[in-house]
Design a protein around this ligand. Structure first.
Ligand code: ZN
Length: 311
């Protein structure tokens, strides 16, 4: 309710105050604010407002839907989870959610997203006797072993161990089909094409709440201070202190300014370190995958390949 009222106020004053028209709402799945804006048409009937979905929330929807499906079936006496190859275990649900989010992030158009999502499902259904790689990407560099073999003019067989998230077609497909139809609806995927998230606003909210917890009641002055100082620091970093001073009439001493700069410096250093760690992890993962592929190739060919000094 609060979001609806805030949206009406923000949209209502955007032209007068900022000379801007907000034509897109980034939604977290709750459409109340969007419905209200569509109804009141703040810029008139000629300027429609579109809704786009936050990628993080859409990704989570897949995991939630799968977990609900397992729970609903369990109530009816049908066990989809449990143990064993091909069951919809907690680990399989986690992986399917990752594949779903990745398919949306890594593809530009809704059609390509849909194909990649269906590939993650049908690749999992595949067995040696019933390969279902119709949605997997083709070519010699395909991440699907089956399509890669075809791309390299090899006969693809006996590699079912390479299906990392096996799914039992006979048990699961009748339940997963309607669910995936909903999750791959083009209307939903179109709203994800620009890859927007609510991360910036979530991050800003966190800055406000760290100054003034949302769990407790605070005076209006305290809330004003929290919002203004968070907005100033969010937009201008260490220069924020002088803004707060100007707007609220507070005296900001040298120490506060110095601390602001030190915090900013720390944040930059942490960001650089995280980036480096991320790169190292990626490099290690690539090396590991290369080594694994080499070993598997050796095993298939019946012995280690020639290396300098081995023979
Ligand atoms: Zn495949």
């Amino acid at each position: 309710m609060m979001e609806v009222e805030a949206a009406v106020e923000l949209w209502g004053r955007s032209v007068a105050r900022n000379k801007l028209r907000y034509t897109v709402v980034v939604s977290d799945g709750d459409s109340k604010a969007f419905n209200k804006l569509s109804q009141i048409q703040p810029y008139g009937p000629d300027v429609p407002i579109d809704k786009e979905d936050c990628l993080n929330h859409v990704g989570k929807r897949c995991g939630t839907a799968l977990r609900n499906l397992v729970a609903d079936c369990s109530k009816k006496g049908v066990t989809l989870g449990g143990r064993g190859r091909g069951r919809l275990t907690a680990d399989a649900v986690r992986k399917l959610q990752i594949y779903y989010s990745r398919a949306i992030r890594q593809n530009k158009t809704a059609e390509d997203m849909k194909r990649a999502i269906l590939a993650s499902l049908f690749h999992g259904y595949s067995t040696d006797n019933m390969p279902q790689h119709q949605y997997c990407p083709p070519g010699p560099d395909s991440r699907c072993f089956f399509k890669r073999s075809i791309g390299n003019h090899l006969y693809p067989t006996g590699r079912i161990k390479w299906v990392y998230t096996p799914l039992d077609f006979d048990l699961l497909h009748k339940h997963l089909e309607p669910l995936y139809q909903r999750l791959t609806n083009l209307d939903l995927l179109w709203r994800c094409e620009r890859k927007v998230t609510q991360n910036p606003s979530e991050s800003f909210h966190h800055s406000v709440w760290s100054r003034c917890s949302k769990k407790n009641l605070h005076s209006l002055k305290r809330v004003h201070f929290a919002v203004i100082s968070a907005a100033a620091e969010y937009n201008r970093g260490p220069a924020a202190a002088s803004t707060v001073k100007n707007v609220l009439g507070f005296q900001v001493g040298e120490d506060a300014s110095r601390l602001g700069h030190a915090r900013m410096q720390k944040r930059v250093e942490r960001s650089i370190l995280q980036q480096q760690q991320k790169q190292n992890r990626r490099r290690a993962k690539r090396a590991e995958a290369k080594e694994k592929a080499r070993k598997e190739k050796e095993a298939e060919e019946g012995g280690p390949a020639y290396q300098a000094g081995m023979f």
